[in-house]
Design a protein around this ligand. Sequence first.
Ligand code: ZN
Length: 415
Amino acid sequence: MNPKTFQKIIALITIGSLTLFWAASVRALSVDQVRFGVHPDKIRMVLDLSQITDYRVFALDNPYRLVVDLKSFEWRAGKIAKPGQAGIKDIRQGPLQPGISRIVFDMERPIMIGSAFLLPRQDDKPDRIVIDYQAVSETEFQKSKSRIHGTLVASDIYQTSSLNRPEAESAPVPKQKPALKTQEKPLIVIDPGHGGVDPGAIGIGNVYEKNITLALAKELKKELEATNRYKVIMTRDSDIFIKLADRVKYARDHEADLFVSIHADTINKSDVRGTSIYTLSKEASDAQTAALAEKENKADLIAGIDLSVEDEQVANILFDFARTETMNESKFFANTLVQKMQGNGMTLLPNPHRYAGFAVLKAPDIPSILIEAGFMSNRKEVERLRQPAHRRKLAHTIRLGIDAFFEHVQFNQKT
Ligand code: ZN
């Protein structure tokens, strides 16, 4: 045996033992099932998992692939039913590098990944990753392929894998989420909607939205501070007007870890009631939400501020690469919050997590959601929103959602 061969064997043994060491030190994650849903505008792929994990999802070409990287997992998916419309030729999976495994879906056509997000377990459904994608033209593919969804960080060592390695330029390693400093408490910015010259929506009995939002925000601040786990600041704690962009700027200047904007709506149907949660998106989830975002975005206009100047600046950076991770975190938080609300018996709108282009949710680096606490056009709901006991219950439930969200964030950092 010449010395070079000997060195190679030693290197292989080292890599092998390191892989074993890694495998043993990581909690057992398994991928238990892969399911597909065919929708008119997208294909939804769901990966059932044994537990929540970091992930990254992206597309590659030559040939077209959809790639899912997870912490090392055991593959228990068995036989997978692939509907023809899903456009999947083949599925492969295996270790990529110590601690990280990869699933590769060979695609028949170029695709664009619209979103990828985690859903925590609920009722009989396990923890899962949801990936929405659609077939697109080659041009659209090239435009969108560099987008990486998720926060998993893998080093650029691919030699231990028999699976295709991504080209360096098409799969840049995503930046780690700005870590909370270990000793520091997460900073939460609560944003009571409207104020001062802008009353917001006006409900039955001449109840002003700006007063409801401030009262609920104060309750939420108290609830969060009582846990001793968070630092909490508010964009306003009195009846003053603040521009939407300044609310976002306030959160960014303070390097907030979470932004929660609080509102209460009215609608011309008196029987509609329930809480709903909103995240940012270019396309609105439905017409009602599009109209709501338009209404909420007019807050500045009411105070006589020219929107066109500011809107152009934010519009340009709205859907760039850096934003994807933040938007996924926001969606995760919104879904978590919906579950806590359901678990606590709160009344929710149908499809309670909705999305549209809310100006106040445009911080590119801070997970942000907007809560419409309820409809002040419903007699029962406006009465409840005026009761401190009901606001306390709402605040308590929101706090449970925030607790669950930060458990996830800290999980990200420890691993
Ligand atoms: Zn509002």
